[in-house]
Design a protein around this ligand. Sequence first.
Ligand code: CA
Length: 264
Amino acid sequence: MHLAVAARTDVGRVRKGNEDSLHASANEYRGLFIVADGMGGHAAGEVASEMSVDIVSHDLSDLNDLDAPDAHARVARALRDANRAVYERTRTERDKLGMGSTVSALLLSEDRYIVGHVGDSRIYIVRDGQMHQLTKDHSLVQEQVDAGLLTPEQARRHPQSNVITRCVGMADDIEPDVFSGDVRIGDTFLLASDGLTGMIDDRRIQQLLLSRAKPERIVDALIQEANMNGGNDNITAVVVRVLAPGATPTDRDVTPIPPARTHG
Ligand code: CA
């Protein structure tokens, strides 16, 4: 796999702790990337997101053939395993009551990706100059967008925008979304927690992802801009670019990050 990858999480400007967790790894067959955004008092959110990332990455560590007949089932099982472990602790440990986590996981080979998803962290793809959100938020406001009651922009600014309807740890079993698609050279993927997507609108995210800057610089710009816009929540961004076989990212790829608009 020839990938250029950058992954970073930032506490933001308001929260004292960081409840987001991430994973980024790759072997010769495939890359594995995970963002998890935890919730729950007494640092339980940090525990939930870390457990989720540990369990899912461990379960999928030997899934190398994304075309295998059981690949989708294995991704679903990994998220369900994480759910069971987190849910069990919410039942047995008093200070873990109500703890949970989103999980958005991306497996990436040279010709195929598989997504496993629960909650409102997001995975986007940029291809042919256009950005598309691959995951669908499991959230109250998304349900209202689906019903035609809110626009996506109204949903983003809605006071209940952080209420999620499905997550790891919520019930004794969960139904994760699992789906796959084809991968092309030049595709760029973004995994992000809502501390990023809630602070920067999609048009600006697309503008940054479309720049030919290295993933490190794009991740830095995304996090810096989310903080400039308030940094109300923990911010996590993972950017993965699929390179041609044999290619390595060089400084020739680098063009300036487009300047941010002024926020009033
Ligand atoms: Ca969050």
